[in-house]
Design a protein around this ligand. Structure first.
Ligand code: ASP
Ligand code: MG
Length: 419
């Protein structure tokens, strides 16, 4: 069995869904297809959520109708005759939004509502597959992928989910259509795994079902050595080791969700990244090979919107010995992703993503520490660096922190406006 994952861009219109079915129908063995919400539906669902929480019924209806129309247009474009599943899912969404009282927290409402993007897209893909004569099963991942209750960032319970999934694929269909990004708690509350989490779903499912491989079909040729919109000299990397892939994803590479690599590495399952617009091209492969060979060319990853926080115990105590655990516990409780850590005797500096919780975090830390910060920074990671690339990327910038190993250099630098 194999897993194919299709992101929002690959199913943003009827031609996209038809192309997905072309790719899928070439596959002989049973296949799991993990699908994201269509196009920018997740963003649209987030808007619906905000209107809902503000109690703005008119705005909810307008946005919801736009979402429905977008999907209807795709179904019309496919001449889809059986729309029962889609209609059921949409009715479910309408009924959740019709409830006057939102769930008890922002996070829980988010998961309840936003998860419908994937439910709608897979309803269409599964019905269309059947219309094309493929024996396809629609799987509701809210009941299949068991997670904890950390809403918007849930962790998957691999043991419980494996049992469910094995049972589900045991029916012997040819195609299993699953939602990426969403799961559910044992007590039946929908959860989500974090934005762009569908890649992780694909990897988790592949690991649970001991699949031969995962293929992520994307709107680019494969993994590039940098984001071509920022670094025009970017080129295709045909092969990348798990270790480089996980480091790059963690550093902010948009190509795959950072959590994707671990389950694949643990079971030695290769991950292909291939262009859905040119399915004959090989793309890139992330797999197990000599992990000590640096990438064949410098790979550059830029993570924007960084804030450097400097934290000092007020009583001048040694920070590593006495405060490290409490600083990180506080960061974690505000869900701050820490991207870089640097310390001296009495100071710890961390670079975090700017977030809606930042002001609260600083207020909390200030009870025990003196806290200063610099915002509007960016973190550049260069893996397999050369002196020329480092020189080029440092020039004209103030470098706040520079960390170097034999394999990579990370520069926390100011954002220089493009001339
Ligand atoms: N639809 C979700 C998002 O846009 C998950 C994903 O696409 O991976 O973040
Ligand atoms: Mg996506």
């Amino acid at each position: 069995m194999k897993v194919y994952k299709f992101g929002g861009a690959s199913v943003c219109n009827a031609a996209g869904v038809r192309n997905v079915m072309d790719i899928v129908s070439k596959e002989q063995e049973p296949l799991v297809v993990v699908v994201s919400a269509m196009g920018k539906t997740t963003n649209a669902m987030e808007e619906v959520l905000h209107h809902y929480l503000e109690g703005n019924d008119a705005a909810v209806s307008t946005r919801l109708e736009q979402i429905r129309q977008m999907h209807v247009q795709i179904m019309d474009g496919l001449s889809l005759s059986d729309r029962t599943r889609f209609d059921d899912v949409f009715a479910m969404l309408v009924s959740v939004l019709g409830r006057r009282t939102p769930a008890d927290s922002y996070e829980r409402s988010y998961d309840e509502i936003v998860s419908h993007g994937e439910l709608l897209s897979t309803a269409i893909v599964a019905s269309y597959a059947r219309q094309c004569g493929i024996d396809a099963e629609w799987i509701d991942m809210r009941r299949m992928l068991v997670t904890d209750g950390r809403h918007r960032e849930a962790s998957v319970d691999f043991d419980a989910s494996t049992l469910n999934l094995r049972r589900a694929v045991g029916c012997g269909a040819r195609l299993f259509v699953m939602q990426g990004f969403i799961g559910g708690t044992p007590s039946g509350h929908p959860t989500t795994l974090g934005r762009e989490g569908s890649d992780y779903t694909a990897a988790a499912v592949a690991s649970m079902l001991d699949c031969h491989s995962v293929t992520i079909w994307k709107d680019v040729d494969g993994i590039l050595s940098a984001d071509p919109r920022i670094f025009p000299s970017a080129t295709l990397i045909d092969r990348l080791s798990y270790i480089d892939a996980v480091e790059l994803a963690y550093s902010g590479a948009q190509i795959i969700h950072p959590k994707t690599i671990k389950p694949l590495h643990n079971k030695n399952i290769p991950l292909y990244v291939r262009p859905f617009a040119a399915p004959d091209r090989p793309g890139s492969c992330i797999c197990n090979f000599d992990d000590y060979t640096p990438p064949a060319m410098p790979v550059l990853i830029l993570k924007r919107n960084q804030i450097l926080i400097s934290i000092e115990p007020k009583d001048f105590s040694f920070v590593l010995e006495e405060s490290l655990a409490s600083v990180f516990a506080t960061l974690n409780s505000y869900r701050q992703k820490v991207n870089m850590v640097q310390n001296s005797a009495v100071r710890i500096s961390v670079s975090v993503d700017a977030s809606r919780y930042f002001a609260d975090l600083v207020a909390d830390l200030q009870r025990d520490f003196s806290v200063r910060y610099n915002d509007n920074l960016e973190l550049l990671t260069i893996r397999g660096y050369t002196p020329e690339v480092v020189e080029r990327e440092s020039a004209g910038h103030t470098i706040y922190i520079r960390q170097q190993t034999r394999r990579s250099i990370r520069l926390l630098r100011d954002t220089v406006p493009v001339a």
